[in-house]
Design a protein around this ligand. Sequence first.
Ligand SMILES: *Cc1c(COP(=O)(O)O)cnc(C)c1O
Length: 376
Amino acid sequence: MTPGPTPVAPETQLAMAAPIIHHRAPQFMEILGEVREGLKYLFQTRQEVLIFAATGTGAMEGAVANTLSAGDQALVVDGGKFGERWTELCNVYGVKAGRLGVEWGRAVDPQAVAKMLDDNPAIKAVFVQANETSTGVQHPVKELADVTKNRPGTILVVDAISALGGYELPMDEWGVDVLVAGSQKAMMLPPGLAFAALSDKAWEFVKASTLPKYYFDFAKARKSQEKNQTPYTSPVSLILGLQEVLAKIRRDGLEKVFAHNRRLSEATKAAMKAMGLELYSKDYSSVVLTAAMAPAGVDGQKVVAELRKRGIWIAGGQAQAKGKIFRIAHMGYIDEVDLVGAIAGLEIVLNQLGYKVALGTGVQAANQVLGKEAAA
Ligand SMILES: *Cc1c(COP(=O)(O)O)cnc(C)c1O
């Protein structure tokens, strides 16, 4: 129950165990054709969703290198560990990134972004996370897109690596220009696939971009995918797993997948509240993970370590949040039993570390939420 890698369903594992098909064989091209359609459904876009053999960061790097040129100005929303990554990437490519710092645990105010764009119309791209995994906060992507969509000179680039497949992010409807995702979080696959989809406006930016790129050349990738190919060797086994996952998501429907995550999230948050634990995320608390404050006098890292001894894997805090928080992910192939088990383990561990909570307090609160919705 860490925010990536997340558990992979047995059906997906079996699909990936199939013999390797040659990536130029007609049989593989047919599979890629199906996968392309499934990805469009998941991204809620009519655009091509580019597939790369990389982790999500590869597609983040590609998003910078394909849409901008050296010396361009950008605005980075930085409210956590992953916000910082956009600035680092811009720096490497000579893009002048202005930073809109957001207190950890808070979401960005879209009006602050609008003001910065009004003050500096030369800003060509706004970079943000849909879900800032380090703090458990969802930034308001729809409202940010409302700010950028009528500005022809500015694109909105969204890192949805921990969000896509977890909750509603209709790219075309909202007017997101670049949406980046990765395989090992809410997409319920092993690490190793990165994705990016671009709006028509963003593809115009690609034409003008002069930054260097080779493997992550978006135009080349699109041209190849339109022929049901990838420019280089396809990560065949992962694509077979992706085919399985996408088929299941289409069978179930996005709404059902999102409702599952919402339900687990509400149960987890109810459990934290019942145990007297405060959430770290003060606004737009994430649907895909819960970041809770460790009680006074308890080291969040110890909570994580003690749970691990019991076979329960959650995550600690990063950088300035290290020791102060712990994070429980509940995205994708996680069920009620996993969740309730983790909460029961947490109760025991907290008692052991000196925070007194009656055993069953969190479990009961979680079960109340889970039971209620099952009956509905
Ligand atoms: C996990 C994560 C990343 C990094 O993804 P990698 O797959 O490790 O490259 C980037 N952004 C967010 C929001 C994440 O959750």
